[in-house]
Design a protein around this ligand. Sequence first.
Ligand code: C2E
Ligand code: MG
Ligand code: MG
Ligand code: MG
Length: 273
Amino acid sequence: REARNVSSGIVFFDDYLKDKLRVYKHIEEMQESALENHEFEVYYQPKYNMEENSIIGAEALIRWNDPVHGIRMPSDFILIFEKNGFIIQIDFFVLEEVCKFLRSRIDAGEKVVPISVNQSRVHLSEKHYVQRLGEIIRKYSIPDGLIELELTETAISEIDDVENILNQAKALNYRISIDDFGTGYSSLTMLNRVPLDAIKIDRNFLIESNNSKKTREIIRLVVEMAHALGIQVVCEGVEKQDQADFLMSIGCRFGQGFLFSKPIPINDFMRIL
Ligand code: C2E
Ligand code: MG
Ligand code: MG
Ligand code: MG
């Protein structure tokens, strides 16, 4: 209400909202043709064994090469796609690209590592989700444990029969991991309810750990607890060597972050693999 007196402020705010709405609409208008025109591309960010400096896997991350706007990042469109349901097509597009990649490497007798794909919460309330997961893994005859589904803690905690869904995905030999672990409100419950292969400690914990002994203790105990339960731990967002050193000192050997590699196009990933 105060802002009404400041006319320039109102104009600014108005333009800002209009602009946001225009971009939102534009993205929705373009999404389908963008998929048809192959503007979506899967990047790969390796996960490292920090002690051995070796690649233990990778995460598939979507990019949109808009011929006019340039590259669009997931933060520009994932929420929009979740609202309008297009995320289902995008996530299955990514999964299929990953399957094709693994299949071609296997056929060529080349080295493969497990690849993880991000799965929106939206799938968990879709009737045919598990069926489609089964169809795609069979279509490409992907060996057991080569594809990991990353679901955020918040997504998992919203759905009642999530255990049932994830048990079925596990029976299809997908690996299951919790993404952004520690940012939701039910971390401990999740460890108990869900058939987990891995957790990914959220990047914000690592940022906080630089200045907070308490946060370092929390990370240490989470790692210890996960390992005691036979769950792999990967820490996200490792940017500095001292963060890697800290993680290794508490027994967390697996890390992902700009210190090792940014997400990169498939050809670059194959080269370093
Ligand atoms: P996420 O799954 O937690 O992925 C990690 C994000 O952190 C990626 O951002 C990655 O580029 C970034 N990152 C990795 N290491 C570092 C680091 O050392 N420092 C910093 N500052 N950032 C780092 P990206 O690719 O922009 O993706 C953002 C989010 O968008 C993802 O978070 C994921 O939630 C979502 N997303 C990306 N691709 C897909 C997809 O295909 N499907 C769905 N449903 N969501 C996706
Ligand atoms: Mg992820
Ligand atoms: Mg994450
Ligand atoms: Mg994160």
